[in-house]
Every structure is written in C-alpha cells, then in structure tokens.
Design a protein around this ligand. Sequence first.
Ligand code: HEM
Length: 460
Amino acid sequence: MVERFSKILERAINWSKEFDNLGDWYTHLLRKSPTGTIHIHVLGNTITANPDNVEYMLKTRFENYPKGKAFSAILGDLLGRGIFNVDGDSWRFQRKMASLELGSLSIRSYAFEIISSEIQHRLLPLLSTVAGKEENSVLDLQDVFRRFSFDNICRFSFGLDPGCLQLSLPISDFAVAFDLASKLSAERAMSTSPMIWKIKRLFNLGSEKKLKEAIKLVNVLAEEVIQQKRKTDLSTQKDLLSRFMTTINDDRYLRDIVISFLLAGRDTVASALTGFFWLLTQHPEVEAAIRYESDQIMEPNQEIASFEQMREMHYLQAAMYESLRLFPPIQFDSKFTQEDDVLPDGTFVRKGSRVTYHPYAMGRMERVWGPDCLEFKPERWLQNGVFTQKSPFKYPVFQAGLRVCLGKELALVQMKSVALSLIRRFDIRVTEPSRTPRFAPGLTATVRGGLPVLIQEWRT
Ligand code: HEM
C-alpha cells in the first residue's frame, strides 16, 4: 500500500517529464480508466470525464453538488457574494435577475455596439499598424485579446471604458489591480493547505498583503462608479450595473454582482480566442473555409458582420465549437458533495469530498468523440452543412444543466466578430507553430509565453 502510494506520488511529481500539461496527464489517466473516472487519493479528489456522471452532477442531483465553502473561501475576498461564488438562495436570486437582463434584446444590441466599436476603433487599427511596419514585428496576440476582452466586459458590466487596447497600449490601474487580485486568489487554491493562506491573511503577509491591496483598489473604483451612477438618470444607462441598480440598493452587493461578471467574462474569451488562432495556424484549410463562407454572406469591404449574417455562418460556428472542444478556457471545474452518493458509473463519493468534471480531458476522449478526437475538424458539428448541437454533458465547456454559463451567446458573438474581422483582413501566423501550448496554473487557461504572431495585410 505504502509502495503504491509512493509510486503514485512519484508520478504525480514527475508528470511534467512526460506531458506538456497537468491536464494531459489527467487525460491519460482518465482514458485508461474503464469508467472514465479516477480518484486522486492524495488530493481527495474524484475526477471524471464520463458524460453520465456530468449530467448527474450538473442536472439530476444538482443540489448535492454545490460549489461548496472551500471554493467560496478562496475567491470570497475578491468576489464577495457575487453569483460566481455563492450557492442556494443567493445564487438563485442573482441567476434569475441576470438571466432576465441578459436575455433582453436591448442588452444584446448594447453588447454588440461595444464589440463592434472596440474592433473597428481599436483592434483593427492596432493590428494594421503592426502589419504596416517595414520589418515584420512580433505581436503577442494573447495579450491583445486579454486587453480587448477586458475593455469589452468593463464597458458591458460597468459602463466604464478602461481603454486597455488603445494604440499606445497603456494598462489602466484598474486592469492591473483586477489581474493581480484574480491571479493571487487563484493561487490560494494551489497552497498545500488552506491554513497556509489563511494564516498569511491573518497576519497580512506576502501574497495576502498584495491581494488585500489589489482588492482595495478594485473596491475603490467600483464604489466610485456606483456613486457616480447614482447621480445619473439610470433609465438612460444601458450597462448591466445600471440595470441591477434599479432593483438593488445595497452598494456592496451591487459591487459583488458586477465583479463576478468581470471575472467570468474576461479571461475566458481571451483564452478561447488564443486557442482558436493557434489552431487556425495549423489548419489553413479551416481559415480558407471561413473566408469562403463569409465572402458568400458579407460585402467585400465589410469589417463587422451583423447578427443576422453571423447566424447564417454555420461553418464559423462549427469552427468555434470545435476549437473550444480542444482548448476549453475552463479546463476543469470542481463541486463539493453534500451527502454520500454513488455516481452513475458506480463510483462512490463521500460527503464533503471534491468531485471534478474535466472538459479538457473530455474533449480528448475517444469514447466520447471517436477515434479522431484529437483532430481539429469543424465538420463534426455539421449535418448537411447545418450546425448541430451535441449533448452539453459530453461538452461541458460552458458548464451545463442548471448553472450553465450566462454569457455563452455573448462570448460566441464576441469570438465570431473578432475572428471574422481579423481573418478577412490579415494573414496571421504563429511564430512557433510546432510549440504546443503549455498552460500556466490559474482559474482560466492561459498560455505561458503568450501567442507570438507575425501579421500582414491580407487585403488592402
Ligand atoms: C468562451 C467564453 C466563456 C466560457 C468558456 C465560459 C464558461 C463558463 C463556465 C464553465 C461556467 C461555470 C463556472 C462555475 O460554475 O464554476 C461559467 C459561468 C458563468 N459565466 Fe461564463 N464563460 C465564458 C464567457 C462568459 C462571458 C463573456 C460572460 C459574461 C457576460 C460569462 C458569464 C458567466 C456567469 C455570470 C457565470 C455564472 C453562472 C452561474 O453561476 O449561474 N461567461 N462560464
């Protein structure tokens, strides 16, 4: 028993010798498991890539698999009582309110207005400047996407423009503080025991001191925005915060609600676009097919596709889903079991233990996607040229069931608009296409070293 344990521990420490990413090691173990589920004893974590288990956790017995107190504690100082960090009645209340707002036509067109202006007035001019330089200079596309998505989500949630994607590329204090606060919060999850960061927090030491300062700055800004808004006629404002302010008076609660949106909608979109452009470099035939499809639907010099035009582009939609299958921005997601239970594949899970479903591994499982599971094939999502959904439980990239991502449609519109405007105008090549992405640890998949690319104008 001791020998077995030390062997597992040795492999756990050595996985990086055999695999590029921890997710690849888990994928390897999950593939070998007959049930598609494994238990990592040292971490007290059951990890599954079995769609039946995923459906059971996220839908059938949803109440038995909340996020739990351990997760809430990690993100609690940054997110407070925001939707991303709560269970039970508080979650239900915010979910209902947010679903109503996000479902409205007016917020969708507001979001589209922001995305279009950010692309036309910032993203395209920035890339065009780089493409126009005599000597080909290298640009980190991941960094550009992070700035782009931060501007978008701030304007959408707060009605505030941090201007991260200006041509001179300044980074606002708010963006820096928010970045640091999310990074340091996520790092709490990596300490060997929660006691470590809790003691550091108690005595205001090291990373906890920095985290406290970063959160303070985020709070000052959020409070300022809320107070300014109180002085305006809220009915004329279109952002999410103003909409919530018409029903909620508690400023701290308002701050929490909006900060959750910032966290949920920022790095995810940047990560998704990074994965997509990396895959595109490897697959010029997919890029050509997207160009061809858009040429049939858009005007020759049209920079931004309309909602209706995007809806007609089935191949583009399929390419987005396919890249998210291989590179899901949230690679795994954990819940904590309320009561002892048995998963559909027969795995016993003890009360209070952690259960993780793993979209990254699921996208790489032959038994879920077939023998070509590792190939980037948008066609697998098309039936007679029409995009066709698959079970969200075998593709929980946006989670699934009762707590499915609220920003899914918005994220897809953002991704498709960026992809079309860049692909139709530029020729973008990753400088080191043979280097497979290695991800940094964190809440959202971020590629170490970014995505360095060379850019040239495709059409002038
Ligand atoms: C490609 C981009 C995106 C991906 C892959 C994604 C994925 C996810 C996932 C996996 C969750 C569940 C997380 C959990 O419960 O632990 C989630 C929740 C959520 N997402 Fe997204 N997301 C994306 C973009 C967005 C955007 C742009 C927004 C904001 C407008 C957003 C808003 C939310 C919110 C509010 C929740 C919490 C829902 C709840 O707890 O009921 N997401 N998302």
